[in-house]
Design a protein around this ligand. Structure first.
Ligand SMILES: [Zn+2]
Length: 525
């Protein structure tokens, strides 16, 4: 991708439509035909791919022969969308191919040749006998031309086919329509005109020369973002309802980081805590609680009357308002955080965030939308400011003491307070969590299992115990996490009836050594 293309950032924003049933029905017909055409185009492109080893060049594709009720213009809009989706799919395979080769036990030379084949997309068809390979020699990159044997060609084909089998091809059954100026025209309402709608989309239908006009209300959030709306709209199906999204090209912001990294712990009360000790969004929970009361009350009333919530306008309004609130709060508060700290990197855990003090229904709503909005927001920060986002494995971040590293279920007294049973450290539970998340970034542990994380934490803690800021042994013994580590020495300690002292002393060094190295401890005493 060229530098210029990378710098372009697009957002897609939902605009509420006020189209009548007849218009929406026509849009649905277009959508159905569009999907069918997309499938036919995909079949055609795959056919070429398997015969020639790659998709045809953009300029050389001709789809006149593909029959469809869509106009030729529509067909080409559809073609480019399909082409991009399939190219993206192949790019994913290419990436996985490289990974397989990297991690294989092949010789270095074989790896270089296969990677070169992968680079030129020579998986299925490669009709030359030589290929250029690039090799790093110190600071320089050396280029060599080498022979490609049948072995390499066959292996490349085999790996590629294996990956095709493992990764389902795009199916186009439910795609949205990504429509550009060839088939849509978006216009803002004329000044002084007493029409209540802010935008109109003129959109071509299956009937030639009979476009329809979809009235839209403005999206104030999208309106305020710096950038430019494009004449480009997405028609999306959401729960059987058609929605319209307009694309805006956003302006990349200049950003000079002040600090290296900050960690945030997502919760509900407050919305998040930072490793710097802030609690942000303190009244977030109260607002949710108020939503919960309204929604629960409405649900009870609907149940009595045997009405499904999604058929109730008022219920849907409440949920829409909740979504808006979540989106706005998350945006507002994360923006504030960025403004204060200007971090280079943000470390987060993607935990469930729900509260026992909210109803099941509200928890589910908050969980679904909240998580989605936070992910979107973080992604946007990455694009707009170049802030690195790191997601870590959240296992035990709520039970670990951020001060001494001791992990214990009982450390967490309730949802608000954290008190370490080993060192006595007392802090807000969420801030403690955020600090652990920051420490966790060094583990890069998203791919570790929960068990592996615990093992590392326990071993780290025991290692640190050499410093002797340690709990009485009976606390460790009562903690199931330490069971496997202490079994070997517990009888030894019981015999001596000796608890580990809290403060460091010369004598304590010896006993702690014996916890870390049970065998050594037993023989030396
Ligand atoms: Zn502690």
């Amino acid at each position: 991708m060229s530098k210029a293309a990378e710098d372009r950032i697009f957002g897609s924003y939902l605009f509420k439509n006020y189209a009548n049933k007849g218009k929406l029905e026509k849009i649905n017909q277009v959508l159905t035909e569009y999907r069918k055409t997309a499938k036919d185009i995909a079949i055609y492109l795959w056919d070429i791919f398997f015969r020639f080893g790659k998709f045809p060049h953009r300029k050389k594709i001709n789809i006149k022969h593909i029959s469809s009720y869509l106009s030729e213009r529509y067909k080409y809009v559809c073609l480019w969308q399909v082409y991009d989706i399939l190219s993206g799919y192949i790019a994913g395979i290419q990436y996985k191919f490289a990974n397989i080769v990297f991690n294989s036990s092949l010789s270095r030379e074989d790896k270089l040749i296969l990677l070169a084949l992968n680079n030129v997309k020579g998986w299925l068809v490669y009709d030359k006998d030589e290929i250029e390979i690039y090799e790093r020699k110190g600071k320089d990159i050396e280029k060599r031309t080498v022979k490609v044997s049948e072995f390499h060609k066959k292996l490349a084909k085999k790996i590629f086919k294996y990956l095709l089998g493992k990764n389902r091809k795009p199916r186009f059954n439910n795609i949205s329509m990504h429509l550009d100026g060839k088939v849509v025209d978006i216009s803002k309402k004329k000044e002084n005109k007493a029409v209540e709608f802010d935008y109109w989309i003129k959109i071509a239908t299956l009937e030639k020369g009979k476009p329809i006009y979809i009235p839209l209300k403005a999206n104030t959030y999208a309106e305020e973002l710096e950038g430019e709306f494009l004449n480009y709209c997405q028609v999306v199906e959401n729960n059987g309802r058609v929605e319209f999204r307009i694309i805006k090209q956003l302006k990349k912001k200049e950003y000079i980081p002040l600090i290296d990294e900050i960690a945030i712990d997502l919760g509900l009360n407050p919305l998040f805590a930072t490793s710097k000790g802030d609690l942000i969004g303190r009244n977030f929970f109260d607002v949710l609680k108020a939503f919960d009361e309204k929604i629960t009350k409405r649900m009870a009333s609907l149940q009595k009357r045997n009405i499904r919530p999604r058929d109730d306008k008022k219920y849907r309004q409440y949920v829409d308002k909740l979504r808006d609130y979540l989106k706005n709060e998350i945006n507002r508060l994360i923006n504030r955080l960025i403004k204060i700290y200007r971090p280079k990197k943000i470390v987060v855990e993607m935990l469930d965030f729900r509260s026992p003090d909210l109803s099941k229904r509200l928890n589910r709503l908050v969980q679904n939308f909240g998580k989605k909005y936070i992910k979107q927001k973080l992604q946007r920060l990455q694009q707009l400011y170049g802030i690195e986002i790191m997601e870590i494995n959240p296992a035990y971040t709520s039970q670990e003491c951020s001060s001494c590293g001791y992990v214990d279920k009982k450390n967490r007294k309730d949802t608000q307070e954290f008190e370490c049973r080993a060192c006595g450290n007392k802090t807000n539970a969420q801030i403690n969590g955020a600090r652990n998340i920051l420490k966790r970034s060094s583990l890069g542990s998203l791919h570790l299992t929960k068990k592996q994380v615990l093992k590392i934490l326990i071993e780290r803690y025991l290692e640190r115990l050499k410093g002797c800021k340690s709990p009485p042994l009976d606390i460790l013994k009562g903690n199931p996490y330490f069971k496997d580590y202490l079994r070997a020495v517990s009888t030894h300690f019981e015999a001596k009836d000796q608890a580990l002292p809290r403060q460091s002393s010369e004598k304590c060094q010896g006993t702690l050594e014996s916890i870390l190295n049970p065998c050594q401890g037993l023989t030396s005493s």
